[in-house]
Design a protein around this ligand. Sequence first.
Ligand SMILES: Cc1cc2nc3c(=O)[nH]c(=O)nc-3n(C[C@H](O)[C@H](O)[C@H](O)COP(=O)(O)O)c2cc1C
Length: 175
Amino acid sequence: MKVITFGASTSSTSINKALATYAANLIDGAEVKVLDINNYQVPMFSEDKEKEIGQAEGAQAFLRDLDEADVFVISYAEHNGHYPAAYKNLFDWATRIDREVFKSKPAIYLATSPGPGGAQTVLAAATGSAPYFGGNVKASVSVPSFYDNFDFESGSISNAEIAEQLKQAVATLTA
Ligand SMILES: Cc1cc2nc3c(=O)[nH]c(=O)nc-3n(C[C@H](O)[C@H](O)[C@H](O)COP(=O)(O)O)c2cc1C
């Protein structure tokens, strides 16, 4: 089973990338490919720009990489209650090529932040809108206070309750 995973973040030290990578590797026998959103260069979206260039190459490459997936593990960073602008921009370009971005493949959606809110607002937005974009969300988990609940040395969740929630969430991908 091929797992495509990424943090919806452009930060080189993304906690969402760390969380997504950890959760994806909980799947037994999975081949995990971690995408980096920075690798898909797209201009700022406008309909004028789209008329000028047609499809953005970075969005084509993003969709090609997503197509390799059997399942997805995605963790969303929250910027002012929404997707980070760079991810939203890439996503918008991708939807102009194919609105069924995630092709109804099973997915778990995660989100984390340094604070107690655990990026729940963006997680609710991503989960709520998923059906419009071929998102087939089997489970979602928000992880609050990431730096208190993740051990960077071992690359794993240190809070037993959250670790169990994540284990149960990934199990839905193979059920
Ligand atoms: C512009 C900006 C807006 C932010 N807004 C929120 C927010 O609305 N809610 C929240 O929990 N954290 C917010 N944060 C803090 C992020 O959760 C934090 O930077 C986190 O590390 C982002 O995830 P990442 O490391 O995966 O990029 C914001 C950070 C930035 C830079």
